[in-house]
Each structure stands twice: as structure tokens, then as C-alpha cells.
Design a binder for this molecule. Structure first.
Ligand SMILES: [Zn+2]
Length: 233
């Protein structure tokens, strides 16, 4: 994940200053063909590029609407993919149009024309990594992640289609997304398990005098058992 931070302090949502205890994550996509982060995040920090219309969301009511999310995923000026955190994670966002604003961290993936497979796979991967990061930060599991359209079905968000109007065009859906988060979370826990790996060990002697043990070890090594060692307990 290429995580940056630019808090939208001029947005009325930030100024409202309400906090929540996050219970899950809501995945959104913008619904407009504009993959550039500078459309939504500003002012230019040297990486975003300049928004010539100055219509990014770091203003009181962007486009006259009361909207704000915790993060955006999209393109930097150089075309690379990045995540910008735009609200503190425990700030009450205005992303769901429903009660999910009181419980969910919401982020937007900037849409393009929805047909570019390489852009999709790059932002899908970035979104996975953001979710894994937030799961670890708040102790969420994959089951705590929904998209906007799923939130509508649950009665906690407004009637929007994102992201299920897009992901299936590239063979993905929220089921694959959650499964991928689950796999990534379990992979990160694996190193600890391998440390605890069990072995069958062969003992060739037990001595109360250390020098006797050392003499036997030397004999074993000389006989070709070069991995032989002394354990004292
Ligand atoms: Zn949405």
C-alpha cells in the first residue's frame, strides 16, 4: 500500500468534529470516470498534481453536497496508484447516506471507464491492502467489510450500486474481496506458526557433568552427525 495523508480540514464533515468507534469498513467507488486523486484530494502536495477546477473535496460542501470519506484510492500525477487518508479513521464520515456513518470507515476507489483491467487490478490490490491495514488496526475480520450496495440491502446506507456495478466486470465481487482479505490476514500470521514447528529429536546420551556431554557431542560430530547439539534442562 502506498499510503499518504491529507486531511480535508476545510470540509464541513471534518469541522463537525464527531468521532465514532469504528466497527467495520464500507467500500465505495466514485461513480464518475475520473481515476485521478487530484479530482477529490487537494491542494496539490507535489504528488497529486494540480486540480485546475479547484473542485476537490477539501472545501466546505464539495459541489454543494455534504460528503466526506476517510480515504481515496486512485492515481497520482505520475500515474502510480496511491491511497490518501482524508479523515482520521475514527472521525464520523459522510459516506453512507445512512446509519453506517456511525459505525463504518468509508473509502472511495476512483473509477475510470470501468473496462481497464490493469487499473482495476491495481486499485483492487490497493483496496485489499488498506482493508488488511485497518483490520489489524481495529481488530476487524473480513466479515466486517461491506460495500455501499450491501449496506443498502442491510438498511444502513442509501440506494447506491457501488461497487457491485464494477467488480464483476473483472471477475471479482465482495465475496472474492473478503476472501482475499482473509487470506492476506492469515498469511501475515504464518511466520509465528513456523517458529513453533515441532520436530522428532534423537537423543544419544544424558550427563550431569558438562564436560562428559561435550565429549559425547564431539564424538557424535566426528561420526558425521554435524547437526548434533547439547540441550540443558
Ligand atoms: Zn458509495
Amino acid at each position: 500500500m502506498n499510503l499518504h495523508k491529507l486531511i480535508l480540514t476545510n470540509n464541513a464533515c471534518f469541522k463537525a468534529g464527531k468521532t465514532i468507534l469504528p466497527k467495520g469498513i464500507m467500500v465505495h467507488s466514485t461513480g464518475a470516470n475520473n481515476p485521478w486523486l487530484k479530482r477529490y484530494v487537494g491542494p496539490d502536495d507535489g504528488l497529486l498534481g494540480k486540480n485546475q477546477y479547484n473542485n476537490h473535496w477539501n472545501q466546505d460542501k464539495p459541489g454543494g453536497r455534504q460528503v466526506c470519506v476517510h480515504a481515496f484510492i486512485g492515481k497520482l500525477a505520475d500515474g502510480s496508484i496511491a491511497t490518501y487518508q482524508t479523515l482520521p479513521w475514527n472521525h464520523r464520515g459522510w459516506h453512507a447516506g445512512g446509519t453506517a456513518n456511525n459505525s463504518h470507515i468509508g473509502f472511495e476507489i476512483c473509477e475510470d471507464g470501468l473496462t481497464d483491467a490493469s487499473y482495476f487490478s491495481a486499485v483492487y490490490k490497493e483496496a485489499l491492502e488498506l482493508c488488511v491495514y485497518l483490520c489489524k488496526l481495529y481488530g476487524f475480520s473480513d466479515k466486517d467489510i461491506i460495500c455501499h450496495s450491501e449496506g443498502y440491502k442491510l438498511g444502513i446506507a442509501s440506494n447506491h450500486a457501488d461497487v457491485m456495478h464494477w467488480f464483476p466486470k473483472h471477475g471479482k465481487n465482495m465475496g472474492t474481496f473478503r476472501a482475499d482479505v482473509k487470506r492476506l490476514l492469515s498469511e501475515e500470521n504464518k511466520p509465528a506458526e513456523s517458529v513453533k514447528k515441532k520436530y522428532y529429536r534423537v537423543q544419544i546420551g544424558a550427563y550431569s557433568v558438562k564436560t562428559n556431554a561435550e565429549a559425547q557431542l564431539a564424538k557424535a560430530k566426528k561420526a558425521g552427525f554435524t547437526d548434533a547439539f547439547i540441550k540443558y534442562d
